[in-house]
Ligand binder design. Structure first.
Ligand code: HEC
Length: 177
């Protein structure tokens, strides 16, 4: 390869690089991409949770229609997720969370000798089926300021089975709705 040949190749590479740079700049100048601030598609499928003044989620699927046919055995399996913080047996000790024997239809903050968060203590009302449903769906949305750090159960059947199981943890289980 003589010198001239080499120079030609070198020059054409330079020109090609220069062109790339120029087109890149022109392209950037012409196109102004606008990025959305939020994703349009929610990860949870876009389900909306709206609250009324009592914080009850209106669009939450109710569990009462599912309770009669709920599967208590599956509920007991789901309850394993709670064992880290709760005991279920009668007169069982409190752990991070209170013992849950007899919680269905009891007053919210039902254990006399457990130290609840201010939020739960001052909430009022009782743990009827739909209150438990809403709390176990998103604990920290139903009772803002609760110290129960549990994400919640998004599946309505899972909540129904679990609450049907919780109902059996009583000397005389509350009547089904
Ligand atoms: C990481 C620990 C943790 C896990 C896991 C957990 N909880 Fe709790 N739970 C708590 C704490 C702490 C409280 C007390 C909340 C407060 O005072 O705000 C509580 C309170 C409750 C209450 C209210 C009790 C009352 O006396 O009024 C219910 C009902 C309850 N939990 C059910 C469940 C169920 C059912 C599960 C499993 C699906 C579960 N929790 C999982 C920590 C936990």
């Amino acid at each position: 390869m003589n010198n001239l040949e080499f120079n030609k190749i070198f020059a054409s590479i330079l020109v090609a690089l220069l062109c790339m740079q120029v087109f890149h700049l022109i392209g950037e100048g012409l196109v102004h991409p606008v990025f959305l601030e939020k994703n349009i598609l929610g990860i949870d499928g876009g389900a909306k949770i709206s609250s009324d003044s009592k914080g009850i989620e209106k669009s939450l699927e109710p569990i009462e229609p599912l309770l009669a046919a709920a599967n208590v055995t599956n509920g007991e399996k789901t309850a394993k997720k709670c064992l880290q913080c709760h005991t279920f047996e009668k007169n069982g000790p409190h752990r991070t969370g209170p013992n849950l024997w007899g919680v269905v239809m009891s007053m919210i903050a039902h254990a006399a000798d457990y130290v609840y968060s201010q939020a739960m203590k001052s909430h009022g009302g009782k743990w009827d089926y739909e209150a438990l449903n809403a709390y176990l769906y998103k604990p920290r949305e139903y009772i803002k300021g609760t110290k129960m750090s549990f994400v919640g159960l998004s599946n309505v059947q899972e909540r129904a089975d679990l609450i049907a199981y919780l109902r059996t943890l009583a000397d005389s289980p509350a009547p089904l709705p």
